[in-house]
Design a binder for this molecule. Structure first.
Ligand SMILES: [Zn+2]
Length: 290
């Protein structure tokens, strides 16, 4: 009579190994889900002390510098030496008719004048990797100047971040059409500068980065914003967020999953492993990871 072989009982070591590989998988999956956040600090150039404080922040921040300001060049140099990324914060005409200062890109400019002003702005600020708009609620609605802008930035190998100062902005769409690396601002950190508001916007930015995988936040060198950023470390840890320079979040330079960071096979190959959809509601056994 044929006796079927009993199924092998997994040894303790075997089960331990399997449990350990599941844990490695869970941890690396959490790492993949953790977010990347770029924080851009706008309006650098007028206030020397605030600008120095922003340049001296610890971490991968990006400073957006206004052209032809009393301290723009000096602060861009200082921030660059301290490992920050530099953007041109290009003033663009707005619906409120707020003054733009020197270097303003205005509605109604001819293509030639527009490109001349842009070129001088870019020449004024050293180490520029990308551009975002200062005000601009009027100009960013206008497709023609946005097309001129994006074509020029494309030629120069720069990226564009749409600050989204109006819901009607066409800037990002035009950057996309030009094939220019681009993002939009997800969160304004200090649309109201009260410390409690800045703190909750910072948490919102981190939650957005977790949800989307990455996010772009924009703040200003206000005392409340700088104070919050100087104490950001525990918050980054709490949300498992990595601060990155804005250029790292441009679609063309997004790190690929195959770039050697994914150590475990995809979840779909591990049918027995419960998928971790929401890093904020870990199964009880993994709670210690929080
Ligand atoms: Zn601005």
């Amino acid at each position: 009579m044929a006796v079927s072989n009993p199924l092998p009982v997994p040894s303790l070591a075997h089960r331990l190994m399997r449990w350990l590989s599941m844990l490695v998988l869970a941890v690396s999956s959490l790492e993949l889900q953790a977010g990347q956040l770029a924080i851009i600090i706008d309006d650098i150039g007028y206030n020397l002390d605030a600008g120095r404080r922003a340049a001296d922040l610890s971490g991968d921040y990006t400073l957006a510098v206004l052209p032809f300001t009393p301290h723009g060049r000096e602060l861009a140099e200082r921030a660059y030496r301290r490992g920050k990324e530099i953007m041109l914060h290009a003033p663009m005409s707005n619906e409120q008719h707020l003054p733009l200062g020197k270097g303003g890109l205005e509605s109604g400019m001819s293509r030639e004048t527009f490109l001349q002003v842009l070129e001088r702005n870019l020449a004024d600020i050293p180490h520029v990797r990308g551009v975002n708009n200062h005000t601009g609620s009027q100009l960013t609605q206008e497709e023609e100047p946005m097309r001129w802008l994006m074509a020029e930035l494309k030629q120069r190998g720069l990226y564009f971040v749409d600050s989204r100062t109006t819901a009607k902005t066409r800037a990002q769409a035009m950057a996309e059409a030009a094939g220019l690396p681009n993002r939009k601002r997800d969160v304004f950190l200090d649309d109201r500068p009260e410390p409690a508001h800045v703190a909750s916007q910072l948490e919102l930015a981190m939650a957005t980065a977790r949800r989307q995988g990455s996010a772009v936040a924009i703040g200003h060198p206000y005392p409340s914003t700088l104070a919050a950023l100087e104490k950001i470390a525990p918050l980054l840890e709490k949300y498992a967020i990595t601060l990155v320079k804005a250029s790292l979040l441009m679609p063309s330079s997004r790190p690929s999953v195959n770039a050697g960071q994914c150590l475990a096979p995809p979840l779909s190959l591990w049918a027995e492993t419960p998928p971790l959809h929401d890093p904020f509601s870990l199964p009880p056994a993994l709670k210690w990871l929080e």
